[in-house]
Ligand binder design. Structure first.
Ligand SMILES: NC(=O)c1ccc[n+]([C@@H]2O[C@H](COP(=O)([O-])OP(=O)(O)OC[C@H]3O[C@@H](n4cnc5c(N)ncnc54)[C@H](O)[C@@H]3O)[C@@H](O)[C@H]2O)c1
Ligand SMILES: O=P(O)(O)OC[C@H](O)CO
Length: 336
């Protein structure tokens, strides 16, 4: 039995604590709010994020980071991308944590790019002293938390610098309803998971505008093309983007009404402002802040990402929502 600390008790961190418990690990969750930690430990629910869903009784939670880390043989990070660095630095102010987190394997579940630095989440973890480069991995795939909480079967990808470490992460999450495939393409898996959220906003917006399946399919397919161009330019492996972490997650996120990024796009397409859409979704839609970071990376590398640019224009600069379909149509004729 491995003792694992899951850091972040939103929809995904809480659901993943169940996955890890169902895989036979000893799991403790760190929740930002004391009342959420108490609810999880005492009532085995997290109403704010999972409604009436009952968690395994073995999952406990704490709002004291030192207690969560005590004896942990591995860490699983599920804090949203834009608040991760600040969260990590607040932990370093706690007694005993000034020099960073314990030197154990760290698996990131977060799907986003940090705005301002354009850093991937594994890079943020390393820069902030929360993970060693040779001990950090990422998990990403078609993994809508509500379906996984209901124990519906699916696959995912765990990527790490070595096959051995990826295998360790895969064993952590070996629940009967989750099949983890291993990879050493940390860059590709992380880029795929972050950028699909941006494309899902565009797809949702197109649906909200009343467009049909042809538009959806065109945005998904051209979205995958631009994700792949960026990922390969950054050093990722092309095959990653055709697999579960690429195509698989893009399809799940763009097609499902459970996706927060998709729902945010839908709200924009129906005429809500970005502020109204963010408020309506109520939970983390990483694509909003990540879009700008992705566009910055693409510009620096000379990679063409018209769908991402259109999402930036809408969410950051108040451009008309029709931009998302213009992105598909307004370019000069070129081979696919
Ligand atoms: N929910 C899913 O289906 C799912 C699946 C795969 C990956 N992810 C990824 O997991 C990550 C976490 O998402 P989630 O779905 O759990 O989000 P969520 O909106 O359900 O929960 C957000 C969590 O972050 C905490 N939080 C909010 N603002 C914060 C702040 N300023 N500082 C510190 N903590 C803060 C909240 O207390 C909560 O625990 C995201 O990167 C998301 O893309 C989510
Ligand atoms: O609800 P979303 O849009 O954050 O998507 C959740 C997962 O990333 C889907 O794999």
């Amino acid at each position: 039995m491995t003792r694992l600390a899951v850091l972040g008790a939103g929809s995904w961190g809480t659901t993943f604590a169940q996955v890890l418990a169902d895989a036979g690990n000893d799991v403790v969750l760190w929740a930002r709010r004391e009342e959420v930690a108490e609810e999880i430990t005492e009532h085995h629910t997290n109403h704010s994020y999972l409604g009436e869903h009952e968690l395994p009784a073995s999952v406990t939670a704490t709002s004291r980071i030192q207690d969560a880390l005590d004896g942990a043989e591995g860490l699983v990070v599920a804090v949203p991308a834009q608040s991760l660095r600040a969260t990590l630095s607040s932990w370093r102010e706690q007694p005993g944590l000034a020099s960073g987190l314990p030197a154990v394997p760290v698996l990131s579940l977060t799907k986003g790019i940090e705005r301002g630095t354009d850093a991937r989440i594994s890079e943020v973890l390393i820069q902030a002293g929360a993970a060693r480069q040779d001990l950090v991995g990422v998990l990403s795939g078609p993994n809508l938390s509500a379906e996984i909480a209901d124990r519906r079967p699916c696959g995912t990808v765990v990527a790490a610098p070595s096959e051995e470490l990826a295998g360790t992460f895969a064993r952590w999450c070996d629940a009967p309803y989750l099949r983890a495939y291993t990879s050493t393409d940390v860059m590709g898996v992380e880029i795929a998971g972050a950028v699909k959220n941006v494309v899902a906003i565009a797809v949702g917006a197109a649906s909200g505008l009343g467009h049909g399946h042809n538009t959806t399919a065109s945005l998904i397919t051209r979205g995958l093309a631009e994700i792949t161009r960026l990922g390969v330019a950054l050093g990722g492996t092309r095959e990653t983007f055709a697999g579960l972490a690429g195509m698989g997650d893009l399809v799940a996120t763009c097609a499902s009404p459970l996706s927060r990024n998709h729902r945010l796009g839908l709200a924009l397409g129906r005429g809500l402002s970005i502020e109204q859409a963010v408020a309506e979704v109520g939970q983390t839609a990483e694509g909003v802040a990540t879009a700008r970071a992705v566009a910055d990376l693409a510009e620096r590398l000379g990679v063409d990402m018209p769908i991402t640019r259109s999402v930036v224009a809408v969410v950051d600069h108040g451009a008309s929502i029709e931009q998302v379909t213009t992105a598909l149509l307004s370019r000069s004729v070129r081979p696919e």
